[in-house]
Design a protein around this ligand. Structure first.
Ligand SMILES: [Zn+2]
Length: 82
C-alpha cells in the first residue's frame, strides 16, 4: 500500500464538493487506526483492517473485503499503521 498521512489524505483525496465532511472522515479514519492497533481484525475474514477504507465505509474490513480486489499496491493506507 502507499503510505499517506491523515491530513494529506483528507485534504487531497476527499472532494470538498462531494458533500463529504472532512472532519468527520478524519475522525473516523483515526478511530479505525486505533482499533487496528488494538488488534481488531476484518469483520469478515479477520485479516488486518484497511484503516482508510474502514474509516470511510464505517465497517472494520480489510482491503480485499471492501474492494473485492487482491492488489492493494496502488491504494493508500494511513502511514501510522504501516
Ligand atoms: Zn477481510
Amino acid at each position: 500500500m502507499v503510505p499517506i498521512s491523515i491530513d494529506e489524505f483528507v485534504n487531497k483525496k476527499i472532494d470538498e464538493k462531494s458533500n463529504n465532511n472532512k472532519k468527520e472522515i478524519k475522525k473516523n479514519i483515526l478511530a479505525a487506526a486505533k482499533r487496528r492497533k488494538n488488534g481488531i481484525g476484518c469483520m469478515q475474514c479477520n485479516q488486518p483492517i484497511w484503516v482508510i477504507g474502514s474509516g470511510i465505509v464505517g465497517s472494520d474490513m480489510c482491503f480485499t473485503c471492501i474492494t473485492g480486489e487482491a492488489d492493494d499496491s496502488e491504494d493508500y493506507e494511513l502511514d501510522l499503521v504501516l
